[in-house]
Design a protein around this ligand. Structure first.
Ligand SMILES: NC(=O)c1ccc[n+]([C@@H]2O[C@H](COP(=O)([O-])OP(=O)(O)OC[C@H]3O[C@@H](n4cnc5c(N)ncnc54)[C@H](OP(=O)(O)O)[C@@H]3O)[C@@H](O)[C@H]2O)c1
Length: 296
C-alpha cells in the first residue's frame, strides 16, 4: 500500500481529504500538530525517519491572514522555514512533495485571471510568507507540485460560507464586499484533485511537475457568494439575510486582500484532464451539507 503523510489533517482541506472515499489505494498518515509540529524541525525529521512514507501532502500552514501582519516571524517560520525543512526531508528520501499555496502570492492588480507564470507580488505578510514557501519547495525538491488555490470553503473549521450562515441567523441584513473578485474552491474538490496529482507524481516519472492553479470554475465577488448562500439556505428553510454590496474601502481589514484573486486553471485542466465544476454547484452542496447538520 502506498503511504502518504498529510500535514494539517485537521484543517479544512485536511478534513475533506480524510473523507475522500474514492479508489485511490493510499494509506494516509494524519499526524496532529502534537506529533508533527512544523515549528519543530527535529520532530518532523524523527517522524519521517520512523515511518515508511511514499509521498507528502503539505496542508499545514499559518493561515491567519490578518494576524500575520502582527506576527510576521511566526508566519514565515511556518510558511517558509518549515516548508523548506519538509522539502529537504522529502528530497533526501527521493519522494514527492505536494504543497498547497494561495492566490495571495499575487498583487491582484492584473485585469485577467492569473496564470502560473505571472509575476508574483504579495501585498500581505501571509502572501509573502506563502510565496517564500513556494520558493523553498522549488529550491529543495524538484519532485514537487505546488497547487495554488483560492477562497477555500467547506463544512469544516472557519470559512466564508459558515460565517454567512452564522451571521444570517443573528441579523437580517449583511454588508458584504463586492469589489474583490475570485472563485471559491470546495475543499472536497481540492482534496480529490490533490489525490489525482499525487497519484500522477508517484506513477509517472514523466508527469508534469511544477506549479498549477486550481479553484472552482467561474468568477464571483464575496457578495455574489453571499447572495447564493442566502438564496439556497432560504430555499432549504435555513437562515436568510439581505445582502448589501459594499466596497472594500468600507470594510477595512488588518491585511490587504488582492482585488483580483482569479486563478486561470487551464494549465491544470490540460495536464490532468480535470475540469473544475462551477463554483455555484460547489457552494450549494456545502450549504446543503451544513443545513443537514453535517458540520463537525
Ligand atoms: N483557506 C483558504 O481560503 C485558503 C486559500 C488559499 C490557499 N490556502 C492554503 O491551503 C492550505 C490548507 O488550508 P486550510 O484552509 O485547510 O487551513 P486551516 O483550516 O487553517 O488548517 C491549517 C492546518 O495547519 C495546521 N497547522 C498550523 N500550524 C501548524 C504547525 N506549526 N504545525 C503543524 N500543523 C500546523 C493546523 O493545525 P491545528 O488543527 O492544530 O490548528 C490546521 O490543521 C494552506 O496551505 C493554505 O495556505 C487556503
Amino acid at each position: 500500500m502506498t503511504r502518504i503523510l498529510v500535514t494539517g489533517g485537521e484543517g479544512q482541506v485536511g478534513q475533506a481529504l480524510q473523507r475522500c472515499d474514492g479508489p485511490h489505494g493510499f494509506e494516509f498518515l494524519f499526524p496532529t500538530r502534537d506529533h508533527f509540529d512544523l515549528s519543530h524541525a527535529e520532530q518532523m525529521m524523527s517522524y519521517v525517519n520512523e515511518h515508511t512514507i511514499d509521498g507528502v501532502i503539505n496542508l499545514a500552514a499559518y493561515t491567519a491572514v490578518d494576524k500575520a501582519e502582527d506576527e510576521p516571524d511566526e508566519a514565515f517560520r511556518i510558511n517558509r522555514d518549515a516548508v523548506s525543512h519538509l522539502a529537504e526531508l522529502t528530497a533526501n528520501r527521493d519522494i514527492p512533495l505536494l504543497h498547497v499555496s494561495t492566490d495571495y502570492v499575487f498583487s491582484g492588480e492584473l485585469d485577467r485571471a492569473y496564470r502560473e507564470d505571472d509575476a508574483t507580488g504579495p501585498v500581505s505578510v501571509y502572501g509573502a510568507s506563502k510565496e517564500a514557501g513556494e520558493h523553498a519547495v522549488r529550491l529543495h525538491n524538484p519532485n514537487h507540485a505546488i497547487i495554488r488555490t483560492s477562497w477555500v470553503v467547506s463544512p469544516f473549521r472557519n470559512n466564508f460560507i459558515k460565517t454567512m450562515l452564522r451571521l444570517a441567523s443573528e441579523r437580517d441584513q449583511l454588508n458584504i464586499v463586492s469589489d474583490q473578485f475570485g472563485a471559491p474552491t470546495s475543499a472536497k474538490d481540492l482534496a480529490d484533485v490533490l489525490l489525482l496529482i499525487m497519484q500522477r507524481l508517484l506513477d509517472d516519472d514523466n508527469a508534469a511537475r511544477g506549479t498549477f492553479h486550481f479553484s472552482n470554475d467561474g468568477v464571483a465577488s464575496w457578495a455574489d457568494i453571499a447572495e447564493l448562500v442566502m438564496q439556497h439556505s432560504g430555499s432549504l428553510g435555513g437562515p436568510h439575510a439581505q445582502i448589501h454590496r459594499i466596497a472594500t474601502s468600507n470594510y477595512p481589514t488588518r491585511a490587504i486582500r488582492p482585488k483580483n484573486s482569479r486563478l486561470d486553471t487551464t494549465k491544470f485542466a490540460t495536464h490532468f484532464g480535470y475540469r473544475p465544476r462551477p463554483w455555484q454547484t460547489a457552494v450549494r452542496d456545502i450549504v446543503g451539507d451544513l443545513l443537514q447538520g453535517d458540520r463537525p
